[in-house]
Design a binder for this molecule. Structure first.
Ligand code: GFB
Length: 377
């Protein structure tokens, strides 16, 4: 893929797509086609066909399709599944029709069976039932992978598939409806800080484990495998950090500067218990993530402050007043903070179903397990 090759990032406005565009430009690729706002509507077969006929991309990064956190997956499974099926079907077919030299399809680690053994290996794909909270979206992602595979088998094209771990970073979705855990908690702890709330509700038990990859590293991994991987088997794209949701919440609170208590609401869904990827294949090829988790969180928060908080949508409008946190019981301290969680859930709260973890200082170096966090205090 030389610097003058025509490259199309399908989904240039997504978290991964925006990072890829930035990276490609920085690497000197000067012939990028279909960049936002000129991207076709990928759910429209006609628009995709016209676009490929006109732009004639040689390399395609297919990182498009609606996605969202656990709440969006529970509320809008049909939309997520339909959009991802349409996007994959249209782009993959036109890439074949117009002789694209190579296509990389980005699937998702939620395509792994809920109880697959850890770390998740590509051999486990399609060997068991999916996590119910994201089954519809995951099924569409698996279909995209299988479609690449089918075109590869029938037409001999070089369409490869990667399964990335949970990404986060600039351009992420910070809305209460759509956010994944990091942008969701970042926004809510920011709001809790501004409102001087003494508690922040963290959905679920805090025990599920997730692996995270910073968007810039994900873009770098995508570029790397576009250059160095042609295999028929999918490849996992793992990141720099695997940790419990409790540890994530503590780390986000620290970066945001929220000093209140974290309360875990076990009535909210946990989703998949564990989603760590086996990325040995990628490591063997010579790729490693380069951004440590704390730096990535800090950069993401800086982006959030500039691009989301300063825009003043919704509850962030009170951003001008940065209040000092009060201790529980002090005047102005509220009973609990943040929003309650996904709609349909009970108000956070009974002692049996929720527990609190005081924020007690630097995240890095503390134990990750929330039980350890509690007993350490
Ligand atoms: O990131 P997340 O929404 O999605 O949630 P998944 C990860 C974990 O964080 C769950 C907990 O256990 C949530 O209950 N959590 C705690 C929160 N507080 C929050 C919060 O404020 N917001 C959010 N969103 N979660 C997704 C799939 O699963 O993974 C998608 O639903 C996609 O389909 C994505 O594939 C990569 O990691 O559980």
């Amino acid at each position: 893929m030389n610097r003058t090759a025509r490259i199309y990032v399908a989904g240039g406005e997504t978290l991964a797509g925006a990072a890829l565009l930035e990276l490609l430009r920085a690497a000197g690729h000067c012939n990028i086609v279909g960049m936002p706002p000129d991207e076709p509507d990928l759910a429209s077969a006609r628009q995709v066909e016209d676009f490929f006929a006109e732009a004639r991309p040689e390399y395609v990064f297919l990182v498009a399709g609606k996605s969202g956190g656990i709440r969006l997956n529970r509320e809008r499974p049909a939309e997520l599944m339909r959009d991802n099926l349409l996007v994959a079907a249209h782009v993959i077919h036109q890439a074949y029709n117009h002789g694209v030299a190579k296509l990389l399809y980005l699937a998702s680690s939620c395509g792994y069976p809920r109880h697959a053994s850890q770390p998740l290996q590509v051999e486990s794909l399609m060997t068991g039932p999916l996590e119910p909270t994201s089954a519809a979206y995951a099924m569409a992602k698996l279909a995209g992978w299988q479609l690449c595979e089918a075109y590869r088998r029938q037409y001999g094209v070089c369409f490869i598939t990667a399964f990335p771990t949970n990404p986060f970073g600039p351009h992420d979705d910070f809305t209460p409806e759509g956010a994944h855990v990091i942008p969701g908690l970042m926004r809510r702890s920011h709001e809790a800080k501004l409102r001087n709330e003494t508690e922040l509700i963290v959905w679920g038990t805090g025990t599920p484990r997730r692996e995270f990859i910073y968007a810039r590293d994900l873009a770098d991994a995508c570029l790397f495998i576009m250059r160095h991987y042609d295999g028929p088997e999918p490849i996992n794209l793992g990141g720099a950090a695997e940790l419990s949701i409790a540890a994530v919440a503590l780390a986000v609170a620290e970066v945001v500067g929220y000093r209140g208590r974290l309360r875990f609401d076990a009535r909210q869904p946990d989703g998949m218990p564990c989603k760590g990827l086996d990325s040995n294949r990628l490591r063997e090829l010579g790729w490693r993530p380069s951004t440590d988790f704390r730096t990535a969180l800090a950069e993401t928060y800086a982006w959030f402050l500039h691009h989301v908080a300063e825009k003043g949508d919704g509850p962030l409008e009170d951003r001008g007043t940065v209040l000092l946190c009060r201790k529980p019981g002090e005047p102005g301290a509220s009973a609990h903070g943040g929003d309650g969680g996904p709609p349909g859930a009970d108000a956070p709260g009974s002692p049996q179903q929720s527990r609190t973890v005081p924020f007690f200082g630097p995240f890095f170096g503390v134990k990750e397990d929330p039980t350890d966090v509690r007993t350490a205090l």
